[in-house]
Design a protein around this ligand. Structure first.
Ligand code: R5P
Length: 318
């Protein structure tokens, strides 16, 4: 063990109820067992936390994506962080494979909150010393935290998956302008073309794909987004791509939120395959529809490197 590690003691990983399967995979990949922590509910529905292991002087990572039920999962996270701080953990890292409330990251109309900033403030106030996040909706959310944030991209997971797909003359498509940077990075990686959908959001449930910028005729398409929520964005884009004569369409998103009509819409879409990571547990009804790729090894490796104060930049693919 080097001197830097000794400052924070042993590595421990624990979780609330948001995604215990992923937390188990992360712990396994980091070579530790999950630290015992009971996260339940009192009779009136309030969150109850009791740590059953000692964490004093240790380097503790709390795995808790704030996916639906988002407020329940957030409250669990706050109370776990507070428990760890009061139990004298040396360093506490909130591992957020999915960061909920991220889309409200600016005041884009009058009299609305910047929810992502409020959530960031509350995570810090509750006791986090660092954050490890996977594919934030916007990279600048890192700046909402006045503590170090390690921001991973899911690219290593998707690149490995799609390199085995034998894509024919592929084009990487961004489903809206916000996705161009990520799509360009994938296009470079696959030596593929690049196209962009001009999307307008009609309402929180409805997106309209207006125009396609780029050439897809007769080519395989990889349509990439950070998340599928109601699936309006993806399904509108698939229709537009098909209208423009593309061959097969593969959908990939880091976070499968699958809210409201998402599964129904995706079943009707003309997609060859839909892939997400396991940052969020699959909701009922999505089994068999979606291909789930494990993010545990990537996050586990990042945790090991943070613990031993090594750089995590080689985990990025650009
Ligand atoms: C938007 O900026 C995001 O990158 C996603 O495109 C969007 O959140 C997906 O939402 P939905 O699935 O509801 O269209």
């Amino acid at each position: 063990m080097n001197k830097k590690q000794q400052r924070f003691g042993d590595l421990q990983v624990l979780t609330g109820n948001a995604n215990p399967a992923l937390a188990g995979a992360i712990a396994e990949s980091a070579g530790v067992s999950l630290t015992e922590c009971m996260v339940g509910r009192f009779m009136d529905g309030e969150v109850e936390v009791r740590l059953d292991d000692d964490v004093r002087g240790n380097d503790v990572f709390v795995v808790q994506p704030t996916c639906p039920p988002v407020n329940e999962n957030l409250m669990e996270l706050f109370l776990i962080l507070d428990t760890l701080r009061r139990a004298s953990a040396a360093r506490i890292t909130a591992v957020m494979p999915y960061f909920g409330y991220a889309r409200k990251d600016r005041k884009d109309e009058g009299r609305v909150p910047i929810s992502a900033k409020v959530v960031a403030n509350m995570i810090v106030a509750a006791g986090a010393d660092r954050v490890l996040a996977l594919e934030l909706h916007a990279a600048q959310i890192q700046g909402f935290f006045d503590i170090p944030v390690d921001h991973l991209f899911a690219a290593p997971i998707f690149v490995e998956h799609f390199l085995g797909k034998d894509l024919d003359n592929p084009v990487i498509v961004a489903p809206d302008v916000g996705g161009i940077k990520v799509a360009r990075a994938y296009a470079k990686r696959f030596d593929a073309g690049l196209a962009i959908v001009d999307k307008r959001r009609v309402s929180p449930r409805e997106a309209k794909a207006m125009h396609l910028i780029g050439e897809v005729e007769g080519r395989d398409v990889l349509l990439m987004d950070d998340m599928i929520s109601t699936a309006g964005t993806m399904c509108e884009a698939v229709s537009l791509l098909k209208m423009n004569g593309c061959r097969r369409v593969f959908l990939a998103a880091t976070h499968g939120v699958f809210a409201g009509p998402a599964t129904e819409r995706l079943r009707a879409a003309e997609a060859e395959e839909i892939s997400v990571t396991d940052s969020i547990p699959l909701p009922e009804g999505a089994e068999g529809l979606v291909n789930v790729l494990g993010a545990g090894p990537l996050l586990g490796e990042a945790i090991l490197r943070i613990h031993s104060s090594e750089s995590i930049s080689s985990l990025f693919v650009d």
